[in-house]
Design a protein around this ligand. Sequence first.
Ligand SMILES: Cc1cc2nc3c(=O)[nH]c(=O)nc-3n(C[C@H](O)[C@H](O)[C@H](O)COP(=O)(O)OP(=O)(O)OC[C@H]3O[C@@H](n4cnc5c(N)ncnc54)[C@H](O)[C@@H]3O)c2cc1C
Length: 311
Amino acid sequence: MSPEILRGVPLAEYTTFRIGGPARFLAIPSTVGELAGLVRWAHQEGVPLLLLGGGSNILVGDGGFPGLVVVTRGLVDVEIEGDRIRSRGGVFLGLLSAMALRAGLSGLEPLGGIPGTLGGALLMNAGAYGRFLGEMVEEVEVLVDGEVEALKGGEVEWGYRWSSLRGYTVVGATLRLVPGEIETIREEMARYSRLRRQKQPLDFPSAGSVFKNPPGESAGRLIEEAGFKGARVGDAMVSPVHANFIINLGRARARDVRTLVALVKEGVREEFSILLEEEIVYAGVFEAGEDEDRPPAGRTIVGEGGIPQNG
Ligand SMILES: Cc1cc2nc3c(=O)[nH]c(=O)nc-3n(C[C@H](O)[C@H](O)[C@H](O)COP(=O)(O)OP(=O)(O)OC[C@H]3O[C@@H](n4cnc5c(N)ncnc54)[C@H](O)[C@@H]3O)c2cc1C
């Protein structure tokens, strides 16, 4: 059976920013076969394709996405054997780290608070507190011409908030963890969760850190020292708690976020001669008048990771 294809679903419902216009088509596959079928259909029909996991690192334009959005969170099987966890790409890191805890496996404690799926986290090589996902990966499963193929963890390049998996449809992965004491793992998870609650504005929708840290620098510190803490465009605001977060106070639009991003970049460049680079991914149609480095009106921008050329 193929999954229902919905039309016109607001993507704000599927992003942690709570921003984003409608998807022309949206489907939530629950098997790898369904995922492969959807990817094949999009390719055959020449329909732009966007894979969406937790939607926690993405800004979707107010004009929505003019193609098929495949939401991966229905792909949720997990198997644990010895020190290995084999999981589908739609499983949230919070659930994976809770399962690792129950199995007495250590490694995911710093990453459990990241509100994304395994697939999105592999694409972004998500990391926190000195650890990153790529270092735990034994194997990644991707779609190549509709078939599942395995890549060894060592064959993938793992950069800072970047991996060479961009362009692939990630089906799942096997992580190799380290056996540990359940109580110690539990305490570590609680400690990291406290740190997050202290340092991050978790009461408002956001997409986490907007900018990558430049080498040897903290983007948050640069933004704060350039005077942007609390700066606001519409309902988009540079968080007064953590300057590298832009929060949605309620009715922020993508264009507000883009304008604020452009202002912050310009301010930091003037103050420190450093050009900040976005960590968040842009996808969909952005409207005219958003900011000076916006694409021409009506042009579609798709997050690089969102076009699985090898699917
Ligand atoms: C409050 C908060 C705190 C955060 N803290 C951290 C942190 O500490 N460290 C960190 O690294 N990040 C952090 N993030 C950012 C984000 O959670 C991570 O980047 C996360 O890994 C993104 O996963 P996702 O499933 O939400 O991806 P999405 O946002 O859905 O997608 C991100 C990119 O991956 C692509 N993609 C998603 N799934 C697949 C797939 N199966 N196959 C191919 N491509 C795919 C998308 O097309 C897109 O290009 C935070 C975000 C928030 C809101």
